[in-house]
Design a protein around this ligand. Sequence first.
Ligand SMILES: [Zn+2]
Length: 118
Amino acid sequence: MLDKKKIKEKLEKERDMLLEQLRDIGKLNPETNEWEATPEERESRESDQNDMADRFEDFEERSITIRALESRLNNILSALKGLNRESFGRCEVCKKDIEMDRMEVNPAAKTCKKHLNG
Ligand SMILES: [Zn+2]
């Protein structure tokens, strides 16, 4: 039997952690409901060419990080949503229980180890 309470706690903890990281480098656009990178605040107000290029690179990096965090977050949110469903913790392919050690590493897992890649 899967320990749903334990998994729920783990999911919520990870969700909060991801939200914290997202808020650090971006903000949620209420119109699109998507996270967007915010430009880094700099102490100096100089805006020579190099600085502009740096800023652009930082912004690009932030955007990439945000996409990755966001996709993890969406995974967690959908796992949390599915937690109360009968099918939670069961492989989508073979319908068998997903290994507990796999669920502990990735509570949002939807397939067992055998069907990891398909
Ligand atoms: Zn399976």
